[in-house]
Design a protein around this ligand. Structure first.
Ligand SMILES: Nc1ncnc2c1ncn2[C@@H]1O[C@H](COP(=O)(O)OP(=O)(O)OP(=O)(O)O)[C@@H](O)[C@H]1O
Length: 568
């Protein structure tokens, strides 16, 4: 009744360990009762000694020695029992944790799950880490305590009823309040616990994605927006945490109310028995003390379980997330459709980008990557940058982007220094965020209209391919649900939405077949009417499609002999 069935099912295969943990807990608790019995007799003997009614045969303090030795022995035995309990609970927890992580990881790595567009790594990471830890806590700590409560309390109440039925009745009522009242509150608590977990999951997923996509976010100048989003998530989590803590305070207060009421009733009835020796069947001083202590023992499992509140709440909240991690997968929509092309969108009109005697090397020990290199790139023509591997093409892009600073020389646009805000870029490692195509676009261009988004999709030949959902097509993390070529074109489309006078592309057709490459290059030639477009290119068709080809070699940039392609 106090234990969640789904979480209990997870102990399958570890039931013996669970029974062992519960038994050790129960035995440790029972040691308090035996100790109470010895203590009650020690107290009775002490009172007897003080009143001079104790049996003198035991010598001075003799009647006290046996019960006090019993009290000590119980304390020692409990220490040992609790040690064993802690060890076995640890073993149970780690067995459950390992098994759960193994099975979740196995299910998450199934090919259909890997293509699931609704999966977010941050959420799954949370399920696999904190979620599984929460379940471990629930199983190794909360469940044994809940079992103990259900076993111990009825047993103790029966025992007390044998001595004093009225006291047992009063205690039963108090336990019912202490355990039952928070249960009434339980729905609110679990709803708030769930909200807390959901906020935590959302923050965790957003945070991981922001880290993975940081380079892209920086290049596309979207870091401040993502920072604001993470701040909002973090505030939501804070509010959810505070609201859960408030609910738990009420929960604790209700349980304490029951415990205090029960203790008061026990004390009152015990006092009544002492004052009226004939009122109960066995009202010797020792049994009265024992009953008083036993009455307080009825509440020990309630208090112990309340202490496991956090473990219980965390395990329950994590359940939804664990279920989602191991649940059924969704299939991605089919996307194969006819290819079509529409012209790109108009942007501001820059004229030229100029490098003048630019020199750069990574350190004074390294060779020059660029040495007094000069070049001028104009709007209106698609420019390709070629050169052997290691000749410095990526370094030149990093210099244009402002990630690196030239050791000498200048980079200007229309007579003024080039700044990062002039540039949008499509790198080879472009990152697509989980969510819809529209969300990916809005992230870098919040003001872009529907028409504009459709326009850039068409410019890269994706308008037809993304049917039937179009801009609402869902993307898995890092573009895992689309082909390499579609990912590359989506990244180009996204960069086109960022209205900047310079567009840099690192091998924009590397993942495309010849036909698609031709379409994209035609689109880029059109885009180049309004922007300065510079692409790193190796493939012959990309070089052939370019209006101008510049070669990089030995730190210098020079025009290629490559004949200009008039048409694709
Ligand atoms: N961070 C770095 N520190 C030191 N040297 C570097 C660093 N990055 C690149 N280099 C060196 O600078 C030179 C130019 O590298 P770069 O990556 O710009 O060449 P690339 O033309 O883009 O090569 P590829 O076509 O293989 O990508 C190479 O010799 C490379 O080893």
């Amino acid at each position: 009744m106090l234990v969640n069935k789904r979480l209990l099912q997870l102990t399958k295969g570890n039931r013996v360990r669970l029974a062992g943990v519960t038994a050790l807990l129960f035995t440790a608790t029972a040691s308090y009762w035996v100790q109470a019995w010895f203590l009650a007799h020690a107290l009775a003997a002490l009172v007897g000694l003080m009143q001079g009614t104790a049996n003198p045969d035991g010598g001075p303090g003799g009647p006290l020695l046996t019960p006090l030795a019993g009290v000590l022995a119980c304390g020692m035995a409990r220490l040992v029992l609790l040690q064993f309990h802690a060890r076995l609970a640890g073993t149970l927890g780690s067995a459950v944790r390992l098994e759960l992580r193994r099975s979740l990881a196995e299910r998450l790595l199934q090919p259909d799950r890997l293509r699931d567009t609704s999966d977010r790594s941050g959420a799954r990471r949370l399920a696999l880490s904190e979620g599984v830890d929460g379940v471990d806590n629930y199983i190794s700590n909360y469940i044994p305590h809940a079992f103990q409560l259900q076993l111990v309390v009825p047993l103790l109440l029966l025992w007390i009823a044998w001595f004093n039925p009225m006291l047992a009745g009063a205690l039963f009522l108090a336990v019912a309040v202490a355990v039952g009242a928070p249960k009434l509150w339980g729905k609110v608590l679990s709803a708030r616990g769930q909200r807390h977990w959901d906020s935590y999951e959302a923050l965790s997923a957003d945070f991981l994605e922001a880290l993975q996509g940081m380079r892209t976010l920086k290049i596309l100048h979207a870091v401040p927006r993502i920072r604001d989003k993470l701040n909002r998530r973090s505030q939501e989590l804070h509010r959810a945490t505070v609201s859960t803590m408030r609910t738990s305070l009420v929960d604790t207060a209700l349980a304490d109310l029951g415990i205090q009421a029960g203790m008061l009733a026990a004390a009152a009835l015990a006092a009544y028995s002492v004052l009226n020796p004939g009122s109960t069947p066995a009202a010797t001083p020792a049994t009265t003390y024992f009953l008083l202590m036993l009455a307080s023992e009825v509440f020990r499992p309630v208090r112990d379980l309340a202490r496991q509140w956090h473990a219980g709440y965390l395990g329950l909240s994590a359940l939804g997330s664990i279920d989602a991690a191991g649940g059924t997968s969704q299939t991605t929509p089919a996307r194969k459709a006819p290819f079509r092309h529409e012209p790109g969108a108009a942007v501001g009109l820059p004229e030229s980008l100029r490098l003048e005697d630019v020199s750069f090397r990574y350190s004074s020990e390294d060779p020059w990557v660029l040495h007094n290199a000069s070049a001028e790139f104009h709007r209106g023509s698609l420019i390709a940058l070629a050169g052997p591997s290691g000749s410095g093409k990526s370094t030149l892009f990093d210099l244009l982007l402002g990630f690196l600073n030239p050791d000498s020389g200048s980079i200007t646009m229309d007579g003024r220094p080039l700044v990062p805000a002039d540039i949008s870029v499509v790198s080879q490692r472009s990152y697509l965020f989980p969510g819809t195509v529209r969300e990916n676009f809005s992230m870098v261009a919040p003001a872009a209209t529907e028409g504009r988004m459709q326009h850039v999709l068409a410019a890269v030949g994706l308008a037809g391919e993304l049917q039937p959902d179009g801009l609402d097509t869902r993307l898995a993390e890092a573009g895992g649900s689309v082909s390499g070529g579609q990912l590359q074109r989506l990244a180009i489309a996204r960069a086109l939405l960022v209205d900047r006078p310079v567009l840099l592309l690192d091998e924009p057709t590397s993942a495309l077949n010849q036909q698609l490459a031709a379409h994209v290059l035609t689109g880029l030639r059109e885009v180049a009417r309004d922007r300065i477009v510079l692409m790193i290119a190796h493939r012959p068709e990309a070089l052939a499609a370019a209006d101008t080809v510049l070669r990089m070699d030995a730190g210098t940039l020079y025009p290629s002999n490559q004949p200009k392609a008039a048409q694709l």
